[in-house]
Design a protein around this ligand. Structure first.
Ligand code: NAD
Ligand code: DAU
Length: 350
């Protein structure tokens, strides 16, 4: 079947892996990558796809209603995979309104454009909304997030994502808009902007800078290799049940401090450093306000219904990630010049 698929946020971290998978795997689909190229978007992530005949990049902002409506009139996308978002919790604490604009209003504008384009003729159409496990709030020492867990967001970022999830669901109930939502845990891998824990710490180790661990470091996240997330998105897009939510996770919980120590160990091996060199850079700093203690996903629904499970271990994925950042220093220095420097100063005060 031919499809006209709009992928939003395709120049970002996860989006670039999703665009690559779809362009390379489905030559019969036309893939349109819409991205505003904010600080987090980088076309270098996809430069080798530019000449692919089934791929088009469109620079544009999902909050620009006239532009988005005109785009739907022009291309009549039968499917949307919506990843564009402001995605960093620390930035949401400093500037919450930017998160409401893109994550809530931007999603609404896409939903309206999709609805108006197809009216009630939704046969073979799909609006696939990519969301996060952070909408569920925080866990204590035990338990897992399931698809039935109540929403309880704690940061402006997670509140904006929760709100967008609710609107997608509400459009399904009210207008029969065909949708699916996935809520995924922490991703890591190549192309991730170095404001997030793993690439930030890799970059700091390369540059012999302190590794700022928030609070006591005893916060837990469930880590998933980004290519495994892209594979899950492909599966849900093609086989997920409309009107359903699927949780996606790595079955891979780590306390931040343990993860950072493993990262230091792997970096020392790779850089031929004396054992313990990178660990000396660990510096405990002021905690993130409203810091969620623990996230952990029960991914048994997607596992049982669609047969998905992660394909790489954390040690393998982390090694691949480190190798990629060390092999792509030009990419890394490109994204850490300019705006990054002033962000870093404000966030970490040095
Ligand atoms: P990212 O910040 O790396 O990329 C976001 C992309 O969206 C960038 O290319 C940016 O230019 C684009 N964008 C931002 N505002 C836009 C706008 N107004 N119009 C058009 N494009 C815009 O984010 P990511 O980590 O790749 O996350 C992608 C999606 O996955 C987000 O919806 C996020 O909430 C969700 N998610 C992320 C993770 C994670 O661990 N990174 C986990 C679960 C879910
Ligand atoms: O759970 C999914 C979410 O994972 C996604 O929805 C978000 O888009 C993504 O950014 C990520 O959110 P986190 O806040 O969990 O990721 P981050 O990499 O910012 O932080 C991971 C943990 O590391 C968290 O407990 C905070 C801590 N941390 C982070 C940074 C940047 C530090 O200790 N020091 C740091 O400098």
């Amino acid at each position: 079947m031919n499809r006209n698929i709009l992928i939003t946020g395709g120049a970002g971290f996860i989006g670039s892996h999703v665009v690559r998978l779809f362009v390379e795997k489905y030559s019969e689909y036309r893939i349109y990558n819409l991205d505003a190229l904010t600080y987090a978007g980088n076309l270098e992530n996809l430069s080798d796809l530019e000449s692919s005949s089934n791929y088009t990049f469109i620079k544009g902002d999902i909050t620009d209603e006239n532009f988005i409506n005109a785009l739907f009139l022009k291309y009549r996308f039968d499917s949307v995979i919506h990843l564009a978002a402001e995605s960093h919790v620390d930035r949401s604490i400093k500037d919450p309104l930017a998160f409401v604009k893109t994550n809530v209003i931007g999603t609404m504008i896409l939903l309206n454009a999709f609805k108006n384009c197809w009216n009630t003729n939704f046969n073979d159409k799909l609006f696939y909304h990519i969301s996060t496990d952070e909408v569920y709030g925080t866990l204590g020492e035990i338990g897992l997030f399931t698809e039935q867990t109540s929403y309880d967001p704690n940061s402006p970022y997670s509140a904006s994502k929760a709100s967008s999830d609710h609107f997608v669901r509400a459009y399904g109930e009210t207008y029969n808009l065909p949708y699916v939502i996935t809520n995924c845990s922490n991703n890591y891998g190549q192309n991730q902007f170095p404001e997030k824990l793993i690439p930030l710490f890799i970059n700091n180790i390369i540059n012999d800078k302190p590794l700022p661990v928030y609070g006591d470091g005893n916060y837990t996240r469930d880590w998933l290799y980004v290519k495994d997330h892209a594979i899950a998105i492909d599966l849900v897009f093609h086989k997920g049940k409309q009107g359903n939510t699927y949780n996606i996770g790595g079955f891979n919980e780590w306390k931040n401090i343990d993860l950072v120590k493993l990262l230091c160990e792997q970096m020392d091996t790779k850089l031929n450093n004396e054992k313990g060199t990178s660990e000396k850079l660990i510096t405990y700093v002021k905690d993130r306000p409203g810091h969620d203690l623990r996230y952990a996903i029960d991914a048994s629904k997607i596992n049982q219904e669609l047969g998905w499970k992660p394909s790489v271990t954390f040690e393998q994925g982390l090694k691949r990630t480190i190798d990629w950042y060390l092999d792509n220093e030009r990419w890394l220095s490109g994204v850490t010049s300019g705006e990054y420097q002033s962000y870093y100063q404000k966030q970490y005060n040095h």
